[in-house]
Design a protein around this ligand. Structure first.
Ligand SMILES: [Zn+2]
Length: 358
């Protein structure tokens, strides 16, 4: 073998392998090329180093230099190609995985305000606008605040242990928010204008309309010259703000120990608008509030002179209102903490009426 043949073999290989490297599309293509060049068995370089023995001795160093240059060139070219393949691969991945800012976000689970709290807040908002203060009182009360100071006679049936949850002795769980009337009047002098939201407790067997714990909102106004017409006007405005201007109201005479005169307050049925339906037992009316003028005995009990001051009070059950507003058939649903029930009451699904002009 002469030098010319040796040199041209290398040049041909170099041209072939240059194309092969250019065409390589994957790491496994490059691996095949490495085997072809550097393989221990039939690698090109190994074979050419062996063939050097066929060359005249004075040409062998030149041949060795040529092969070493080829080896370095091959290593460089293959490494280059490998780097570019990796870059291309990365670019493709980036292209595929590019963030699309126009896609909608991943929805997340949102909680909802409990329907009882929603109704409570709606009611508070209306009275706060009218200048009332929101106050609270203890849920564990004494017989005096829950009954005695509110003019309940000693033998009143509400005091029965079948209606009231007694703790021991004088202590009981308040059966209404009315004891806070006494606490407020003991602490503040008229003019008084407060609402009292809170939990109350009754010795009731739970069923669709009764729960041993539920929520009330109490209202109390005491000042000079407060009249029954003020009570009527206040409640009519309140119901129209909560239920819309079409809501009508009527008073029926009633009896509570701590108000005189007393009234049950009905509103026109939310579901049928007063025509009569199952919810209102065909009457067109729903009972929603108890109300009346503060009894003079109650004012005397807290040393407010009934000859100078007068007042009105009212109370409502929040559960009952919420059941009417949301058409909830069973009061026990409020207490069960079932997310499937509660998540139906997202605040944004229910807008408060804000269209009363009178
Ligand atoms: Zn009805």
């Amino acid at each position: 073998m002469d030098w010319r043949e040796f040199e041209s073999t290398i040049a041909r290989f170099r041209e072939d392998i240059r194309r092969a490297i250019q065409d390589a599309r994957s790491e496994s293509d490059l691996q095949d090329i490495r085997v072809r060049c550097f393989g221990r068995q039939r690698g090109f370089l190994r074979e050419q180093f062996k063939r050097m023995a066929d060359l005249p001795p004075d040409l062998r160093p030149r041949a060795g230099q040529l092969l070493n240059e080829l080896k370095e060139w091959l290593e460089r070219e293959i490494a280059d190609r490998q780097r570019r393949l990796q870059e291309t691969h990365l670019e493709e991945r980036l292209k595929q995985e590019r963030i699309d800012w126009t896609l909608p976000g991943t929805p997340y689970w949102r909680g909802a305000v409990h329907p009882i709290q929603q109704v409570r807040q709606a009611i508070e908002d209306i009275f706060l606008e009218m200048g009332y203060a929101v106050v609270s009182g203890p849920e564990i009360e004494t017989d005096y605040y829950n009954f005695g100071a509110l003019n309940f006679p000693p033998d009143h049936p509400a005091r029965d242990m079948w209606d009231t949850l007694y703790i021991h002795g004088e202590w009981l769980l308040r059966t209404h928010t009315s004891p806070v009337q006494i606490r407020v009047m003991q602490r503040y002098r008229p003019p008084i204008r407060v609402i009292v939201p809170g939990k109350v407790y009754r010795h009731d067997e739970p069923d669709a309309t009764h729960a041993p714990v539920f929520h009330q909102i109490e209202g109390l106004v005491v000042d000079r010259g407060i009249r029954f017409s003020d009570l009527r006007g206040t409640l009519a405005y309140f119901l129209q703000r909560l239920f819309g201007p079409a809501c009508k109201m009527r008073f029926r005479p009633s009896y509570f120990p701590f108000t005189e005169p007393s009234a049950e307050v009905d509103m026109s049925c939310l579901l049928c608008g007063g025509r009569g339906c199952g919810a209102c037992k065909q009457s067109g009316w729903l009972e929603v509030l108890g109300a009346g003028m503060v009894h003079p005995n109650v004012l005397r009990e807290v040393r407010i002179d009934p000859e100078v001051y007068s007042g009105f009070a009212f109370g409502l059950g929040i559960e009952r209102l919420a059941m009417l507003m949301f058409r909830i058939p069973d009061i026990r649903l409020f207490l069960q903490g079932d997310v499937r029930f509660l998540e139906q009451f997202r605040v944004d699904t229910w807008a408060f009426r804000d269209d009363v002009t009178s």
